[in-house]
Design a protein around this ligand. Structure first.
Ligand SMILES: Nc1ncnc2c1ncn2[C@@H]1O[C@H](COP(=O)(O)OP(=O)(O)OP(=O)(O)O)[C@@H](O)[C@H]1O
Ligand SMILES: [Mg+2]
Length: 235
């Protein structure tokens, strides 16, 4: 099975090499747990080190703000393999009829079908999927999300779908179905240790992959994200 490296230090070896190609993964967590940074870093590192093409769809953070945040993390280099798209660009690409008639999930789907055909993208981030729910009430979320994820898989792209969780929430997605429908769940979490918040990363599920269920401490250093395994901590 072909896999996409996360370039998170030590994680790929825990995942038999990375995330299975052409699958849909949720990257979920509460505000500020670095969902966007983690998703971006996977695209960025694959663009720079692996010559893979990625498109990052930012639906709630302006492109400039996203770039500034990634710049502070040392991911400032412009790379032609990495494209950032926002809502306005999606609206501009779709005809007026579609813009007003489609719900946000369908809009994203039509945009991607067209856009991904034009260039052969390997990786896609949608940040966050919650923004696709915001404008229209979805009558049958399970079916709508199932269809959307199925379409993403058909587009031969490895998708990282950011999902926002609320504090104290035990659902990985708004409708409580995203987690069943996605192929993988990468959960970012905060824990309070004495007076300090610490970041953790857990792989709740990843289809086709033999992984363990540790929550790994997650840090960002000048070279990128790094996790610590139990073995490391015991040393
Ligand atoms: N060098 C750094 N090392 C560790 N954490 C950092 C660093 N720089 C910024 N941060 C943290 O990252 C947070 C923002 O990360 P990011 O935007 O990726 O989170 P997010 O989960 O996408 O947030 P949101 O829920 O607002 O979309 C900042 O609030 C800050 O706490
Ligand atoms: Mg974010």
């Amino acid at each position: 099975m072909e896999r996409i490296k996360t370039y998170i230090e030590r994680l790929d070896e825990q995942l038999e090499g990375g995330i299975p190609k052409d699958t849909v993964s949720l990257i979920c967590g509460t505000p500020g747990c670095m969902k966007s940074s983690l998703a971006y870093s996977i695209l960025y590192k694959n663009a720079v080190a692996n010559n893979l093409k990625g498109v990052y769809i930012t639906l709630e953070q302006e492109i400039e703000s996203l770039k500034r945040q990634m710049g502070t993390l040392g991911m400032a280099e412009e790379n032609e393999n990495l494209v950032i798209v926002d809502n306005d660009m999606i609206d501009r690409e779709l005809g007026v009829d579609m813009r007003f008639e489609l719900n946000s999930i369908k809009k994203a789907q039509y945009f991607l079908e067209d856009y991904l055909k034009r260039e052969d993208f390997d990786l896609l981030v949608i940040d966050p999927i919650n923004a696709l729910y915001s404008l229209t009430a979805i009558k049958n979320p399970r079916r709508a999300i199932y269809n959307f994820f199925a379409e993403l898989r058909k587009m031969s792209v490895t998708s990282l779908v950011v999902s926002e969780m609320h504090l104290g929430d035990n659902k990985y997605g708004k409708y409580g179905v995203e987690d069943f429908l996605a192929d993988a769940i990468i959960h970012l979490d905060f824990r309070k240790e004495k007076d300090m918040l610490e970041r953790y990363l857990g792989i709740v599920k990843m289809r086709y992959t033999n992984h363990d269920l540790q929550y790994y401490p997650l840090l960002y250093n000048k070279d990128g994200f790094v996790i610590y395994t139990k073995a490391e901590i015991e040393l």
